[in-house]
Design a protein around this ligand. Structure first.
Ligand SMILES: [Fe+2]
Length: 200
């Protein structure tokens, strides 16, 4: 009977990986990337959901801002999955596996005002970016080639996050979602700030 080597985390190491990298490290990098693949696939779907569900006077600006983000994130999904395959591991892209593996909740808003969606999206981007930065740090020693991929994605994602934040920022430089940690309260805070501005 042959045994397959298992890492400390319980995953199976690939039988081959990129030359110069141990199969153990290749498997570890692929596992980090699989989590990022789940996050990016989730983000692409969530952004489209927002694109379809924003309502209100600022609809068209937000609706059209989101599609280029979807296109860019889908390219990131493809590059991430293909890096996993390059490392000798099977990238998992099915929705059931994504939902089973993810550590975050489904996006919680359906039809809602533009500021509410932007407030909630601010939280979504915070989550993706925080974990992407952790992945950047944990791949630094293991595989700088993968780290380079993640750094490139971070630069784009951080800019998209700024596009969202620019809608929530006052001329004094504070965010209406400041201090919020969850989508619903962030959406409410963004909506409240919009109402406040309308009264002034
Ligand atoms: Fe569309």
């Amino acid at each position: 009977m042959t045994t397959t080597p298992k890492s400390a985390a319980g995953r199976t190491d690939p039988s081959f990986t990129v030359p110069g990298l141990s199969t153990k490290d290749g498997g570890e990098v692929a596992a980090i990337l699989q989590d990022r693949l789940n996050a990016l696939n989730d983000l692409a779907l969530t952004l489209k959901h927002v694109h379809w569900n924003v309502v209100g006077p600022s609809f068209i600006g937000v609706h059209t801002m989101i599609d280029p983000q979807v296109d860019a994130v889908r390219l990131m999904v493809d590059a991430t999955a293909e890096r996993i395959a390059t490392l000798g591991v099977s990238p998992i892209g099915t929705p059931g596996a994504l939902v089973a593996a993810r550590s975050w909740d489904d996006y919680s808003l359906a039809r809602a005002g533009t500021q509410e969606h932007l407030g909630a999206l601010e939280m979504v981007y915070q989550g993706v970016l925080t974990d992407h930065r952790k992945a950047m740090e944990s791949t630094e020693e293991l595989d700088p080639v993968t780290q380079d991929l993640i750094i490139g994605q971070l630069e784009q994602l951080e800019q998209f996050h700024w596009f969202i934040r620019a809608h929530l920022e006052s001329s004094g430089g504070t965010l209406s979602t400041q201090g919020q940690r969850a989508e619903q309260p962030a959406a409410a805070a963004a909506q409240q700030a919009e109402k406040g501005e309308a009264k002034e």
